[in-house]
Design a protein around this ligand. Structure first.
Ligand SMILES: [Mg+2]
Length: 272
């Protein structure tokens, strides 16, 4: 472990609050989709990945791709507190002409952004290409990609899963943000009940379950991944809107913008 988990939890709460505050001031949605995956993305940036403000252009850096691009406010905020750019820049979030839009911009326009995502189903194929490229070039960096559970309705996800396993991409780590919602509906209302664990195993991946809003459990899983030739799938059992009780599992927060009172209430809950 490179970072104290208690300290990390405080930072996670701060990031969650800033996501809510930014949503209010910029009048942009998707805060609940951000809150379900903030913990695990923070964990990756602080505990696992070799990527920082000094090496983000190095060919040997680890890569992180946010395939569910609508959670960009979480990624933007995390990159800011990791020092990739000044946090004040996020005051432009959602404004005309700003690079901080509702989805990640083109790579290299902002430090730390590896792929412009948001049209769902594209981040994983890009990650597979990067991981395969690393193998061909005999590079040892790792590629991490966060996919939405609803996003698994895209055919490109399964094509990518087959290709990754066929090419022994043990340098590829997929995290599914399993918050049980996709936009306006429950996953099982749209796609029926899917056993993600069974499905990915049948595609010859190593599969792990984790409580996705509990960093000590996330830490255990990442410290006990098998060493073999298979790509890894981490099914992150998460709660949409996690961290603020009145937002949790209330799908109105997929699109709703918080009032200033709700921002202040969230601040008390998250920051005390
Ligand atoms: Mg979802």
């Amino acid at each position: 472990m490179k970072y104290n988990l208690q300290k990390l939890q405080k930072k996670i709460n701060y990031v969650k609050f800033k996501i809510i505050e930014n949503s209010h001031f910029s009048k942009t949605p998707h805060l609940a989709s951000c809150l379900s995956c903030t913990d695990i993305i923070m964990y990756l940036y602080y505990e696992i990945m070799n990527i920082n403000k000094q090496n983000y252009l190095s060919p040997n850096r680890d890569r992180f791709i946010l395939s569910k691009g609508h959670a960009a406010p979480a990624l933007f905020q995390i990159l800011a507190i990791k020092g990739f750019y000044n946090e004040n820049k996020l005051k432009n979030y959602g404004k005309d002409g700003s690079l901080f839009g509702e989805h990640p911009p083109k790579p290299n326009l902002l430090p730390g952004i590896e792929a412009s995502t948001g049209s769902l189903g594209h981040g994983l194929p890009i990650a597979v290409g990067i991981a395969l490229g690393a193998k061909i070039q005999k590079k040892t960096f790792k590629t991490y990609v966060l996919v939405g559970d609803g996003e698994c309705g895209e055919g490109t996800i399964w094509e990518s899963a087959i290709i990754a396993a066929a090419n022994d991409l043990d340098n590829l780590f997929v995290i599914i943000d399993y918050n049980k919602w996709q936009a306006t509906n429950k996953i099982n209302e749209v796609m029926g009940s899917i056993d993600f664990k069974k499905k990915w195993k049948s595609f010859n991946w190593d599969v792990y379950n984790v409580k996705g809003n509990d960093i000590s459990k996330i830490d255990k899983v990442f410290n006990n991944l098998k060493k073999n030739k298979k790509p890894k799938l981490i099914l992150s059992d998460s709660i949409k809107g996690h961290g603020v009780k009145f937002m949790q599992n209330d799908n109105n927060w997929h699109y709703r913008i918080p009032t200033i009172d709700e921002v202040n209430k969230s601040k008390k809950i998250l920051l005390g």
